[in-house]
Design a protein around this ligand. Sequence first.
Ligand SMILES: Cc1cc2nc3c(=O)[nH]c(=O)nc-3n(C[C@H](O)[C@H](O)[C@H](O)COP(=O)(O)O)c2cc1C
Length: 126
Amino acid sequence: MFQLIYSSVITVDVTQDQMRQIALESRASNEAANLTGALLVSDRGILQILEGDEETVRAVYNRIKKDPRHMGCEILLARQCKAREFRQMAMGFCKASDDDGYEVKMAIMALKARRTERQRIDKLAS
Ligand SMILES: Cc1cc2nc3c(=O)[nH]c(=O)nc-3n(C[C@H](O)[C@H](O)[C@H](O)COP(=O)(O)O)c2cc1C
């Protein structure tokens, strides 16, 4: 399992709602590629985690990087890992503020992953 985290900056005329739409639209193709992750959007900044097979993750990242709706993509972390952190999310969406530091943004994404997992378990149990 491979995990890649990058940051980028939203280009001027793209709103947070449009970014949420991008995450929703990505789900079908991510699911087909067995990719999971989360997209965190602050006022101007983006942090995205992509998880899956290394070749697939790098290929999708290279495609996303060229998207004119954001710029300045910079890989913050690229590593092999034992398990997915976002098992149930083809592409989760969460919001943060530009003032939040990297750790806070990562914690917001982790919380989102845990909440989704719990909802899945609740649904299975009900
Ligand atoms: C911030 C951001 C995140 C994106 N995340 C994904 C993603 O997780 N998966 C995906 O397939 N496309 C994602 N996209 C969209 C791709 O850049 C691209 O538009 C889409 O995959 C369609 O590519 P194609 O027109 O070459 O088929 C994202 C775009 C942006 C701006």
